[in-house]
Design a protein around this ligand. Structure first.
Ligand SMILES: [Zn+2]
Length: 199
């Protein structure tokens, strides 16, 4: 069975048939700063299934990342790797971004080619849902959103993303925060377009 993995940063390294998601690198190499790990948010996919969050430490202890998938028994999961390596605000964002891949049905749809327009659209949609949830459920104001995007900028720059990728991603997030309605309605719009809206 082909495993579909949805990566947080849309940055996949495939090797030996395994897919790795590369996320944030630590602040300093060697003396990695660590943060408290936040509790995961409620997360239910478009079919009404509860998504389980699993914390993992990997060899890349300084790299915080998230991955949305189904496990071998079909349970929808989000794997949180090395979350202590990044700020609580950014952890919260990663959780909701990964959850959004379940809410939008991405996890159950064919995985578009890496960096294809369809893939980038999926990432933009998940970013949008994540920031709407932080706004609506956690009361994030512009300053709090600024903390999320500042952490995102640092982490993406460290991994080597070009400035245009970073700024366009943040611009999409700021735009969603300022202009879109409730996350629930946004998700329903996506599902309707995809023919996945459950009766
Ligand atoms: Zn993603």
């Amino acid at each position: 069975m082909m495993m579909r993995r949805i990566c947080h940063l849309g940055f996949v390294i495939a090797a030996s048939g395994l897919a790795f998601c590369a996320g944030a690198l630590s602040q300093e190499t060697g003396t990695a700063k660590t943060y408290d790990v936040v509790s995961p948010p409620a997360c239910t996919n478009y079919k009404g299934e509860t998504v389980q969050f699993i914390d993992r430490s990997t060899a890349n202890a300084g790299t915080a990342a998230g991955m949305a998938n189904r496990d071998s028994s079909g349970t929808p999961i989000v794997v949180r790797s090395n979350f202590a390596a990044t700020t609580p605000a950014y952890q919260s964002f990663i959780d909701r971004h990964e959850c959004a891949h379940h809410q939008s049905g991405d996890v159950d749809r064919p995985h578009p080619p890496r960096n294809s327009p369809e893939h980038l659209m999926n990432e933009a949609i998940s970013d949008c849902i994540a920031i709407l949830r932080l706004r609506d459920e956690e009361g994030y104001d512009e300053a709090a959103v600024g903390k999320v995007t500042a952490a995102m900028r640092r982490e993406m720059a460290k991994i080597g993303f070009p400035e245009i990728s970073i700024s366009s991603r943040i611009s999409n997030i700021d735009n969603c925060y300022a202009k879109y309605g409730a996350a629930k309605e946004f998700i329903e719009g996506v599902l309707k377009q995809r023919g996945l809206l459950q009766p």
